[in-house]
Design a protein around this ligand. Structure first.
Ligand code: MG
Length: 311
């Protein structure tokens, strides 16, 4: 494990460095607070730092304060040990208040430093385990288990993010609702396992038509596709390409090729309406696509009644 030593006195720095290297740590050194901050801000920075309380420029306590500010909200954590002069209780208190996890008084005892470093190492290891578990849970809570793409909640929040971004950057934003045609008959004829395979195949086709992953499964055989930077004029081509890919593909199941088509209702955000209204417009367009024979795209708005793909 990497440890940073920030100490302005060259002799103390070298002694510390030799000691830590002997205990198996990979040591990085800094001569003052500025160098320490730079080393801790780097990618793959040490997770433990021993900081001298008194250094020229930014002192140890201020390094702690800046590191804690830098870490806020990132999920990162650095275990910070302050080196203080014996008896300076005020320094210890202000140092710990600034964000230090522990302190060691100079002149320090070698064994005490060793076990305090081990304690820091345990905290960092635990923190890593927690972060991994948290990320895994977060990933699970965003993923549709059948297809591995975003689930309903995650794709909705993706859409909200894109709405905010579109407003900030003054870009167009569109959405498409895709529903696999006559899906019930796939399940009835070939069974649910075949239906699942068809859904996975459609997801593959949507993914390769879009070359991005901003889409999610919002119902049994229904998908929401978020199209950042897509204006209304682009929708027939983009959505047409998705339908063609699905048309031309087949799901192989128990030796038979199952072919399906899909319908799409799309809408371009007007920059003011709510997510619910935008989706209701796309849903209405999807209803029109189904009503006019399926396997086609309908666009909400002025082009609502235009047929955009092979019907
Ligand atoms: Mg010093």
């Amino acid at each position: 494990m990497k440890v940073l030593i920030a100490e302005d006195d060259p002799t103390s720095r070298r002694i510390l460095e030799a000691m830590l290297a002997k205990w198996g740590y990979c040591v990085i050194t800094a001569r003052d607070g500025d160098e320490a901050l730079k080393a801790l801000a780097e990618e793959d920075a040490p997770h433990i730092a021993i900081l001298d309380r008194l250094m020229p420029g930014i002192d140890g306590a201020n390094v702690c304060r800046k590191i804690r500010n830098m870490e806020a909200g990132t999920g990162e954590y650095t275990y910070l040990i302050l080196l203080t002069v014996k008896g300076s209780k005020e320094n210890i208190v202000s140092g710990m208040e600034a964000g230090a996890d522990d302190y060691i008084t100079k002149p320090y005892d070698e064994q005490e430093l060793r076990v305090r470093l081990s304690a820091g190492r345990r905290i960092i290891d635990l923190h890593k385990e927690l972060t991994t578990a948290k990320n895994h849970l977060l990933e699970q809570s965003r993923t549709d288990p059948l297809t591995g793409i975003l689930n309903r909640r995650a794709v909705m929040s993706e859409l909200l993010v894109e709405m905010a971004r579109s407003q900030g950057e003054n870009n167009q934003l569109s959405v498409a609702l895709l529903d696999i045609d006559h899906f019930k008959s796939v399940n009835d004829t070939h069974g649910h396992a075949a239906g699942d395979a068809v859904i996975r195949e459609c997801v593959l086709q949507i993914g390769s038509a879009l070359r991005c992953d901003r889409f999610g499964r919002i119902g049994g055989e229904e998908f929401l596709i978020v199209l950042p930077s897509a204006a209304e004029d682009n929708l027939p081509v983009i959505c047409g390409r998705i339908l063609s890919m699905i048309n031309e593909s087949a799901t192989m199941f128990n030796g038979s090729a199952i072919r399906v088509t899909a319908s799409i209702g799309a809408a371009t955000w007007d920059g003011a309406e709510s997510l619910d209204i935008l989706l209701a417009r796309a849903d209405k367009a999807l209803y029109m696509a189904k009503k006019s024979g399926r396997n086609c795209v309908k666009i909400s708005g002025p082009m609502e009644f235009a047929v955009m793909a092979d019907c």
